[in-house]
Each structure stands twice: as structure tokens, then as C-alpha cells.
Design a protein around this ligand. Structure first.
Ligand SMILES: Cc1cc2nc3c(=O)[nH]c(=O)nc-3n(C[C@H](O)[C@H](O)[C@H](O)COP(=O)(O)O)c2cc1C
Length: 473
């Protein structure tokens, strides 16, 4: 894609994200304008959204997996609590207290996804708790108090929703949302019998179902593909800022001064936390043991690590490693590499055994099997079998290119404070069946990845004079 086309895609994504956040932000005002019970509002809005989602998705694929059902249930709980909060406290309190979700994601992620909460996560949690406390100073009425509690609980259930969505690595998130809205309608619609909205109430409900909830789901999923991580964090902040503004302009409702200050603290702390999670890795690990300030230093300090601590490697770091491999150069840009991320202990045991029983490998929590695919060069549909004795030129080319990508991973890992070791001491016939690789692919290396539990000395290298020649050999 040309640079101009890419820039156009990006601007479109940013506009879509901004429009999504702006549409989300009308939720507070419209919910307040509908004269009905919160459950009835949540149910009717969700029923309309369900229809919109069905029109677009057409043939939803339900897996009925625990994460898909978990995401659907937490989607329902979030919607009901959020609507209830909007009806019982100020719109500003409802949306700002719900915005605390990322801190619960950090805590829940540590519990369920075994992702470690970092120091800055805990600092954010403390600051956000302080900010949340301020909301309760203005709200002395019992109703307002319950509204604030519902808003906080909706933030917690939204965090569960995020976690369940993340657990469905290859799942389709829209199906979870569809199920969630369906469930919300089933729970909420019966309450319409008790409190039927007026015609104007129905008008606002239709706007809520179609424009505030339904269409933004599609706009958001289209936008997120082309937006940078930073844009995906910063642009949606429009929602909690605009939401109370609409309510103030139309209904004149103002949150108390402490809630405004608390909201400001919560928004700044949460946004900073999200930015910190995505800023360039070199800034994050500067000065830490094992991390390096710059790439040259990393090249000099790199060692093969054969003893790892039990600390798990964060998923986002693994993604960054793979991303660094993805952008490696390759002959004719063939990109012959594939990577298999292996965390399972029994699999790691088997691999270590195949690598001539190098037991030290098992201490690494993650293996990345780096595989070269000859089909990137030989397209014909004929049977190909390659191994250590193959003489085709293509096998050398694919191994060469994959090796470049592997070294990208090694250096990026060092940059992020991780240790690695190339392991290639195995026979293709032994390693392939363990990781499900066919004979037309070549396992170039199993890279062990983890936090180093040793600080090995540098190994001897030949002198420059021995390896460098000028003009000719
Ligand atoms: C292609 C390749 C294969 C390797 N295979 C193994 C291996 O099977 N087992 C191992 O312990 N180290 C392996 N190594 C690591 C080397 O032994 C190590 O890079 C070398 O001794 C220099 O040490 P250093 O990496 O700490 O500078 C391999 C390295 C490369 C580049």
C-alpha cells in the first residue's frame, strides 16, 4: 500500500474512532430522557441493537465457550448497571466511575490471565481509588450513593467483559456482543410491562439502540484495525468528556465540584496508564537490569541464556517479539518464516528431549519455534521433502531469511529485558512431529525465551583481523 493510501486509511480510522466515541457519549443524555425503569431501558435498547447486529453479522457463529458466554453475561451486567447508574446519579459520575475499568483489568488480568500487574499499574490503582473517593463527597443522598456504586460495579463488569474478550484469542468478538445484547433484552424487556415509555421515550430508545450502541460496534471494529495503539487509547477519551457535556447543555445537570475533580484524576490516571502500556519498549526498560538503553549496547551485552527465572513472559511482550520478526528483511521479500509460540510444559519437555536432551531449556517459560516454509519460494503443488541433507538453493534462502527474523527477536527480547537462546541442535525428523510441522518446512531454531536467572560472561570471539578483508579475500 502506498504511503498516501496508508495515510488516508489512518485518517479514516481516526475519524471513525472519534465518531464512535461521540456516538457512545450521547448515552448518558438519552438514557436520562427516556421515562422508564432502567431495566426496561436497557432491555429495549439491547433488543434494537440485537436486530442491528443480526442484520450486519447475518450468520453468527456461536461457540458457546466459557469466554464467549462470560463476555455475553458481563456485557449484560454492564449495560444494566450503567443504565441504572445513569438514572440514579449524575451522568458524569456514571461514565467517569465506569471509566475505572482498566484498573480492574490490571488486577483481573493478573489473576486470570497470569499477566503480572506492574508497578505503574499499582500506582494507577492507588491514584484512581483516591479519585473515586472524591465522587462520594458530593453525593450525600442515598439514591446518589447507590448510583455511584452501580457505576463502579459497571466498571468492574466491563473489566470482566474485556478479560473474557481477550480470552477468545481467535473468537469473533461481535458474536459475544450479540449474545450479550440478546441476554439483556430477555432480562430487561419484561420490565416494559411495568413502565411503558412515552412515544418520545421510544424515539430516544431507537436512537440509543441504533446509533448509540449498534452502529458504533461496527465502526469501532473497522477503525481499530488501522488505528495505532495510542490513538485507540486516546480518541475514545472523548466519550467520558462529552457525555456529561451533553447532559449539562440539554438538562442543565452538573456534577458536584469534588466529582469533577475526581473525574479529572480518574481520566488522567487511566489514560496515562494505557499510554504507558504502549509507549516504546526502550523507554520502559531503560536502566532496568537486563534491559538496554540502545540497540548497540544490547548487541554488545547479549548472551545466550540457559537459566531462566519462573516469572512468566507477558503476552504483550511476546507480541512485540513476533512483530519485530515480522518486519525483518528477506530475499525478494518472500518472508518465509512462521512462528509457533509454545508455553505448554509437556510440549517443552518433549522439545528439550528432541534437542538432544538439553534439560536447561525447560526452565524457559516460552519457546518460539521458528520455521522456514519452502512454499514461499516453490509454489507448485508438488510433494516436497526437505531436511539437513537437501541441496536445493531455496532451502538455503529460506533458512537465511528466517535466521534474520530470529535475530530480530533475540535483540528485541534483550531490549525488553528478556533472555533468549537459539537452539538448533536437533534433527528435523525428531522435532517436526512434536510441533506439527510438515516435511516441506524446516525448523530453523527453537528460541527459548524468559527472564534470565544468570548473568553469563561473554564468550570468546575471533579478532576482527581474522574475519575482515578489504577489497578482496
Ligand atoms: C544457530 C545456532 C544454534 C545454537 N544452538 C544451540 C543449542 O542447541 N544449544 C545451546 O545451548 N546453545 C545453542 N546456541 C548458542 C551458542 O552456543 C552461542 O550463541 C555461542 O556459544 C556464543 O555465546 P553467546 O550467545 O552467549 O554470545 C546456538 C546458537 C546459534 C546461532
Amino acid at each position: 500500500m502506498s504511503t498516501a493510501a496508508l495515510t488516508k486509511e489512518r485518517s479514516r480510522a481516526m475519524l471513525l474512532l472519534a465518531m464512535t466515541a461521540a456516538l457512545w457519549s450521547i448515552g448518558g443524555l438519552l438514557i436520562k430522557l427516556v421515562d422508564a425503569n432502567p431495566l426496561a431501558i436497557a432491555g429495549a435498547r439491547a433488543a434494537i441493537t440485537t436486530v442491528i447486529l443480526l442484520i450486519f453479522i447475518r450468520k453468527p457463529k456461536f461457540t458457546w465457550s466459557v469466554p464467549q458466554l462470560g463476555a455475553a453475561i458481563s456485557c449484560t451486567v454492564t449495560a444494566i448497571l450503567f443504565v441504572t447508574a445513569n438514572k440514579t446519579t449524575t451522568a458524569a459520575n456514571a461514565i467517569l466511575l465506569q471509566s475505572t475499568a482498566p484498573i480492574y483489568v490490571a488486577v483481573l488480568g493478573a489473576l486470570f490471565l497470569k499477566e503480572k500487574a506492574r508497578l505503574y499499574d499499582w500506582i494507577t490503582i492507588l491514584v484512581v481509588m483516591g479519585g473515586m473517593g472524591l465522587f462520594f463527597i458530593d453525593n450525600l443522598s442515598i439514591e446518589g450513593l447507590w448510583g455511584n456504586i452501580c457505576a463502579i460495579l459497571s466498571g468492574i463488569s466491563f473489566a470482566f467483559f474485556t478479560i473474557f474478550m481477550r480470552m477468545q484469542k481467535n473468537g469473533s468478538p461481535l458474536e459475544s456482543v450479540l449474545l450479550g445484547n440478546l441476554l439483556t433484552s430477555i432480562v430487561g424487556l419484561p420490565f416494559l410491562r411495568q413502565s411503558m415509555p412515552s412515544p418520545s421515550g421510544w424515539f430516544f430508545l431507537v436512537i440509543l439502540g441504533i446509533f448509540q450502541l449498534g452502529l458504533p460496534y461496527f465502526m469501532y471494529s473497522a477503525a481499530i484495525k488501522h488505528a495505532t495503539a495510542l490513538e485507540a487509547v486516546l480518541i475514545p477519551v472523548i466519550e467520558p468528556i462529552l457525555n456529561p457535556v451533553w447532559v449539562f447543555l440539554i438538562l442543565g445537570e452538573l456534577p458536584g465540584p469534588s466529582a469533577l475533580l475526581g473525574g479529572f484524576i480518574v481520566l488522567v490516571a487511566i489514560t496515562l496508564k494505557c499510554i504507558l502500556a504502549i509507549i516504546p519498549v526502550e523507554t520502559l526498560f531503560r536502566g532496568k537490569k537486563g534491559g538496554s538503553v540502545n540497540m548497540i549496547e544490547q548487541i554488545i551485552n547479549r548472551r545466550s541464556i540457559r537459566k531462566y527465572s519462573s516469572k512468566p513472559v507477558e503476552d504483550e511482550k511476546i507480541i512485540k517479539l513476533l512483530e519485530s520478526a515480522r518486519i525483518a528483511p528477506s530475499g525478494s521479500n518472500t518472508q518465509p518464516w512462521h512462528f509457533i509460540v509454545i508455553k505448554s510444559e509437556p510440549l517443552r519437555e518433549k522439545i528439550a528431549e528432541a534437542a538432544h536432551n538439553q534439560r536447561w531449556m525447560i526452565s524457559a517459560p516460552v519457546f518460539i519455534a521458528c520455521v522456514a516454509d519452502i512454499r514461499s519460494r516453490i509454489k507448485e503443488d508438488m510433494y516436497i521433502e526437505i531436511d539437513e541433507n537437501s541441496s536445493q538453493v531455496e532451502i538455503k534462502q529460506i533458512i537465511r531469511d528466517t535466521a534474520i527474523a530470529i535475530e530480530h527477536i533475540v535483540l528485541t527480547a534483550g531490549y525488553m529485558g528478556l533472555g533468549t537462546c537459539w537452539v538448533s541442535d536437533f534433527a528435523q525428523k525428531d522435532i517436526r512431529p512434536i510441533i506439527g510441522v510438515n516435511t516441506d518446512k524446516y525448523v530453523v531454531s527453537i528460541l527459548t525465551v524468559g527472564y534470565a536467572d544468570e548473568d553469563p560472561k561473554s564468550r570468546p570471539r575471533k579478532a576482527l583481523e581474522e574475519i575482515v578483508h578489504y577489497e578482496s579475500w
